[in-house]
Design a protein. Structure first.
Length: 583
């Protein structure tokens, strides 16, 4: 049985939107294993609805690319500019410099429809836990959609009127190319964040809209498709991620192309009033949820439980309803807000948020004094602590002929941290350090190993070390192993307790895995192991956040600040198990 697509409102599409947005939100709360695939449901819905509108206008010879872009502006821009501006204002009060600097970049990138590109360059891994503290991490998907909207209508503009028959073949060709690129690529970051790899998700919805433009299939398919969607989103089913993605896309498209008004079950799931309303406010929910969650994690909850999650969600829901009523609905209605007002509002907020972010970026996020990091707004330096850690890279060279004690440090950034500790200690005046990031790729390695009086590896498994001893002729009596370290997940939660009387004495929990790794290495290396965690851990297995003079030990919770290196330098100076003899 057929029904004309353009004559009735599809409640079930809003219901599908609700499933998509709730999945993403629950995923970011940490409760839904595959909830991130809700974004892919959004992509299919967007491609379906956009194409449905454009293709109908092309057929009727009414398509205007100007009007298309104005509709997109009304639909997206006012809310995006408002929410990102609010995020920037809050961050200016509560965030530490590096985090504020990163957010300012994200505001600019989001304003220019490119946060997916920024995240690809700066983060790469969407699942990195650091993303949980980024208020605008989720706008990567807006970047994908907006880039799609810039490209997509040009196809219809080019092939309208007498060439309309070419639209479907062109879309099919581009979809096949995009899908082939996605399947054949092994670069997960590019596949996740890049429009060329995501194009097929939106265009498949569009192709379905064109093929079934005059009708929808009236079937019971939803009774099969909805359980597939729920099963993939909810369960930890052991399937390749690409297969789960394709199943979500195909199932979502199937829901869009089928309807059965007589079936009470799928109508109850997708068309009940609550799901329909959540679908209507889904854009507001999507925009607010990560902003609220990131800030809640950053300066309110070090850990939150189910009850906390409920209150956070209620707050997100409240903000979303308010923004839907007072921002989304008015700006979408050209009878309520004229195009000129829309463009003025968007332009002013765009300019203010962009130039404010540029100012913050120019100051490296240091728009006030941060005594805990030895930073002042009048004397700012970008990536000061990164540069401090990375300065050891300059020591990747041969030893000189001076009479200083030769020390060879081998390993990752933790080896560089250890080198900074030694240089800040009393030993710093009579030692010379040569640093090797990778023992398998170093010039004059044997010579350096022979010249060094002390050799330090970082976080090295003893079994691996024993295997390389014969290969590189290492004198094991010279070798020490530097232990692992960690200072929690992020410092914002501690920084925002500045007015607490016990502020400088705060301590942090670290993941159990760090203790397990530390215990294993200590057992393997015995008295040739330098246990950094053991030097500072208390009976409750917590570590200090600040040095005794109230300076952050670590800025990123992994690597040491200069104050952190000085703090550990004093600890090793008084450590009877380890000494560098000056003779």
């Amino acid at each position: 049985m057929e029904k004309n697509l353009s004559t009735f409102y599809r409640k079930d599409i809003d219901g599908l939107r609700a499933i998509a947005v709730l999945s993403v939100i629950l995923y970011h709360f940490g409760y839904l294993p595959n909830g991130y695939l809700g974004v892919d449901i959004f992509f299919v819905i967007s491609g379906y609805l956009i194409t449905k509108i454009i293709f109908k206008e092309v057929i009727e010879n009414k398509f205007s690319i100007t009007q298309f872009y104005l509709r997109r502006i009304r639909r997206i821009i006012p809310l995006v500019l408002f929410t990102t501006s609010i995020a920037l204002i809050i961050a200016s009060f509560v965030m530490l410099p590096d985090d504020l600097d990163n957010l300012s970049q994200s505001v600019i990138a989001t304003n220019f429809f490119a946060n997916n590109i920024l995240l690809l360059i700066t983060t790469g891994n969407y699942w990195n836990i650091v993303n949980e503290y980024k208020p605008l991490m989720h706008t990567w998907s807006l970047g994908i959609e907006e880039q799609f909207y810039l490209i997509y209508p040009l196809i219809f503009l080019t092939f309208q009127k007498k060439r309309i028959r070419w639209i479907l073949p062109i879309l099919l060709l581009l979809t096949i190319i995009s899908m082939t690129m996605f399947i054949s690529s092994s670069d997960e970051a590019y596949k996740f964040y890049s429009i060329q790899f995501r194009f097929f998700e939106l265009s498949l919805g569009g192709i379905g809209s064109i093929v079934f433009r005059d009708k929808i299939i009236k079937t019971n398919y939803k009774l099969l498709l909805l359980p597939i969607i729920f099963l993939i989103l909810i369960s930890n089913i052991d399937l390749p991620s690409s297969l789960k993605l394709f199943l979500i896309i195909i199932s979502s498209l199937g829901v869009l192309l089928s309807v059965n008004n007589k079936n009470k079950l799928d109508s109850f799931i997708l068309e009940n009033k609550m799901m329909v309303y959540i679908g209507k406010i889904s854009f507001s929910l999507y925009m607010w949820h990560q902003i609220v969650l990131a800030f809640a994690r950053y300066f309110i909850f070090e850990k939150y439980n189910v009850i906390d999650s409920v209150f956070i969600f209620i707050f997100i829901l409240f903000l979303s309803i308010v923004s839907y009523i007072f921002i989304e609905q008015p700006f979408r209605d050209k009878n309520r807000i004229k195009t000129s007002i829309l463009l003025w509002y968007s332009s002013i907020l765009f300019i203010i948020s962009t130039f404010s972010s540029l100012y913050i970026y120019s100051k490296a996020g240091i728009i006030k004094d941060f005594s805990e990091l030895d930073l002042t707004k009048d004397k700012h330096q970008r990536d000061m602590n990164i540069k401090y850690n990375n300065r050891i890279n300059d020591l990747d060279k041969d030893f000189t002929t001076n009479n200083k004690i030769k020390i060879l440090a081998i390993g990752n950034s933790f080896a560089r941290d250890w080198s900074n500790i030694l240089l800040e200690s009393k030993y710093g005046n009579f030692i010379e350090i040569s640093y090797i990031p990778n023992i398998n790729n170093s010039k004059n390695l044997i010579k350096k190993l022979n010249q060094a009086k002390y050799i330090f590896f970082s976080e090295t498994d003893k079994d691996y070390f024993d295997k390389i001893v014969p290969q590189f002729k290492i004198d094991s009596s010279k070798v020490w192993n530097i232990g692992t370290k960690n200072f929690g997940l992020q410092n914002g939660i501690f920084y925002n307790k500045k007015h607490d009387s016990d502020y400088c004495n705060q301590r942090t929990n670290i993941e159990k895995s760090f203790f397990e790794k530390n215990d294993l290495l200590k057992k393997q290396w015995g008295n040739k192991y330098i246990d950094l965690i053991g030097m500072i851990v208390d009976k409750n297995n917590t570590l200090p956040v600040f040095t005794p003079d109230c300076k952050f030990i670590s800025e990123d919770c992994k690597h040491l600040t200069r104050n952190g290196a000085i703090y550990f330098a004093k600890l090793i100076e008084n450590n009877n198990n380890f000494k560098i003899e000056n003779n």
